[in-house]
Design a protein around this ligand. Structure first.
Ligand SMILES: [Zn+2]
Length: 207
């Protein structure tokens, strides 16, 4: 699991579009959305590695708290909702709806970016650079991630964490394709421990 520098959001999805869906699932019940405004959205995009520090500064300086920022924030949350439906359908091995595809394509229309290959820690990484002339372009990398997942990913690898109090989405990259938890650190160890004590209790009770 890769974790952001300040560790406030889990990055277990493998695809950033799934990580974005997960941001809606990490808030305790009844609490406010962890991405509570445009500035939090920009911070998350930076934490997710989708924009660099300069782009983050530019986005906040250019649009800050203006009306465009509000609209972009609203559009991002709507996109997250559509993406959550897509993730839910994929995890249930169902077809992605037309509305889901439309939502991705709508965002991809804002694509005014150049692809750039850079050397990453574990191989080459293709990254999109935008001029950021309008705030909606900030959502484009998320739509790109969704397109990447649908076109090049193994859709049967989209799963939900087996810990029901977690339920984060993740993309199973394990060799034998049997991963059940969003991550070992977050849920795997805890669930394995619980199962161990459960087995011990049953044995003790002679069941
Ligand atoms: Zn989990």
């Amino acid at each position: 699991m890769s974790r952001a520098s300040n560790g406030s959001f889990p990055f277990v999805g493998h695809y950033r579009c799934l990580d974005f869906v997960n941001t809606a699932l990490v808030a305790p019940q009844g609490r406010t959305d962890p991405i509570q405004d445009f500035s939090a959205l920009v911070s998350w995009l930076h934490e997710a590695g989708l924009i660099d520090a300069v782009e983050r500064r530019v986005a906040l300086a250019r649009w800050g708290k203006g009306r465009e920022a509000q609209q972009t924030y609203g559009a991002a949350l709507l996109f997250r909702l559509r993406m959550a439906e897509i993730a839910e359908r994929l995890a249930a091995r169902k077809q992605v709806s037309k509305a889901g595809l439309d939502a991705i394509n709508e965002q991809l229309q804002g694509l005014a970016a150049r692809a750039r290959v850079t050397r990453g820690k574990s191989g080459f990484v293709e990254r999109l650079e935008t001029d950021l002339t309008e705030p909606r372009q900030l959502i484009v990398p998320l739509a790109q991630s969704a397109a990447d997942l649908l076109c090049h990913g193994d859709l049967s690898s989209v799963k939900r964490c087996a810990n029901r109090s977690c339920s984060l989405y993740f993309y199973d990259t394990s060799k034998n394709h049997t991963r059940r938890w969003c991550s070992m650190e977050r849920c795997g160890s805890r669930m394995k421990m619980a199962a161990y004590y459960q087995r011990r209790r049953l044995r003790r009770e002679g069941r």
